[in-house]
Design a protein around this ligand. Structure first.
Ligand code: PLP
Length: 446
């Protein structure tokens, strides 16, 4: 099949020239998988600087939930920019107040919440950790292996989805104890209920032998593990975590940076299990691409840190707040339901592929947060890393932007406004790319 949207070799001449300039002056630390150089985007389509058109099922790492440059978001940002670009969090403005009010309306917690506004996921996590320490007076935390929470020294202390994120940066913030996240596809704990086993491990091993629970400020967890492999926890796990925290006076922090704001077909992923956190972190999809994050906490918790305890310069930036308000309206106005409906359709189509190809070990997810794990064979479940890498590159050559996660999982996190025809195009390109990768001998080897 010839993809008529790709008009040049990839990367094309303009992309090559820009990448050469970038190589000279931009930090090489960014993890870039293939040479896509953006020109512009609309909805779920993006064009590179050589005029090639791609279907974007990465959405800027689950950020552009409303699609690229949604007119309502662009208009809201333009309107805000006409008034002022910045005032700093030392002062008040209505956009910030309206956004905090709106978050209070949609937050899963019962009762009022307050928000600390930031610019990114990692900064939201830092705020949540500082708040938890401040109000509990406790020094320790529990985190999960495979988790990703950011790359600053506090959030990095929890991040453990890839070795390269840690190597060379120790010591990070002390006091974090990691426990395995329940993984039903590749069980780490003995027994059939991986969720129960994970909870028992915390209670009966970690708390009994090493970490006094009375010293633990909070448990930080992704309700669906993102960078670690798009792992959906078994039913009962988050409920059990809530009960465990309540037993010991520990705060429960849900990191909804990737899974929040409609991505999973609910406003927040934790709503799939009806479990309510004490503190929740947001970023990514909240601003449709404008850099905004939030640490959201029950009012009874956040009202306890005093003036000056935490702050920033750019928090509550008026353009970001305007983008977030427009985004929430769009998500509530139909994109959340669309994510649930199209996500089901997409998952069904990918599962049909999994029936055909022994290298697709599992398709899992909720809404439009879907992972497809590649394995050498279904019996051994050995991660097929090389195949995953080749498939990503083939997909790019074929006009589809994807990213990976975990050891060998392709993740699909398209804009939430896509339709069935976008899914059909993506699945066709995934299958084509998979066949090419297998034919090229990228082998289902490890
Ligand atoms: N938390 C989760 C669950 C994430 O997926 C990420 C980023 O991928 C972060 C935090 C960090 O966000 P940022 O890259 O905006 O700092």
């Amino acid at each position: 099949m010839k993809n008529t949207h790709i008009k040049t070799e990839l990367p094309g001449p303009r992309a090559r020239a820009l990448i050469a300039r970038d190589n000279a002056v931009v930090s090489p630390s960014y993890a870039r998988d293939y040479p896509f150089v953006m020109s512009h985007g609309r909805g779920a389509e993006v064009w590179d600087v050589d005029g090639n058109r791609f279907l974007d099922f990465a959405a800027g790492i689950a950020v552009c939930g409303t699609g690229h440059s949604h007119p309502a978001v662009v208009q809201a940002v333009k309107d805000a920019a006409e008034h002022f670009l910045h005032i700093s969090s030392d002062f008040w403005h209505e956009g910030q107040i309206r956004l905090a009010e709106r978050i209070n309306e949609i937050a899963p917690m019962q009762g009022p919440v307050m928000s600390f506004l930031a610019q990114s996921g990692t900064e939201s996590v830092e705020a949540a950790l500082k708040l938890a320490r401040h109000v509990t007076g406790r020094p320790r935390f529990i985190g999960f292996l495979g988790g990703f929470h950011g790359r600053t020294m506090g959030s990095l202390a929890f991040t453990s989805s890839k070795y390269t994120q840690q190597k060379g940066f120790f010591p990070t913030m002390p006091g974090v104890t990691h426990v395995p996240y329940p993984n039903e596809f590749r069980p780490l704990y003995a027994g059939s209920d991986q969720g129960r086993a994970a909870l028992d491990y915390i209670e009966e091993v970690v708390f009994a032998s090493n970490v006094p629970p009375a010293e633990v400020a909070a448990v930080l967890v992704e309700p669906i593990q993102g960078e670690g492999g798009y792992l959906v926890p078994p039913d009962g796990f988050l409920q059990g975590l809530r009960a465990l925290c309540d037993r010991h006076g520990i705060l429960l922090i849900f990191d909804e940076v990737q899974s929040g704001v409609g991505r999973t077909g609910k406003m927040f992923a934790c709503e799939h299990w009806g479990v309510v956190p004490d503190i929740m972190t947001l970023a990514k999809g909240l601003g449709s691409g404008l850099p905004i994050g939030a640490a959201v906490a029950k009012k009874a918790i956040m009202e306890r840190w005093p003036r000056g305890a935490h702050g920033n310069t750019f928090g509550g930036n008026p353009l970001c707040c305007a983008a977030a308000l427009a985004t929430i309206d769009l998500i509530e106005g139909g994109y959340r339901e669309n994510a649930a409906r199209i996500g089901d359709y997409f998952m069904r189509r990918l599962r049909l592929l999994a029936d055909k190809y022994p290298v697709i070990g599992e398709v899992r997810g909720k809404g439009l947060m879907i992972g497809m794990e590649l394995v050498t064979d279904k019996a051994s479940k050995t991660p097929a890393r090389a195949l995953c890498e080749t498939l990503l590159n083939r997909a790019f050559q074929n006009g589809l932007l994807l990213l990976s996660c975990g050891a060998s999982t392709l993740r699909f996190m398209p804009p939430l406004m896509i339709g069935e025809s976008d899914v059909d195009e993506a699945v066709t390109l995934v299958e084509l790319s998979l066949r090419q990768a297998l034919a090229a001998g990228a082998a289902p080897k490890n």
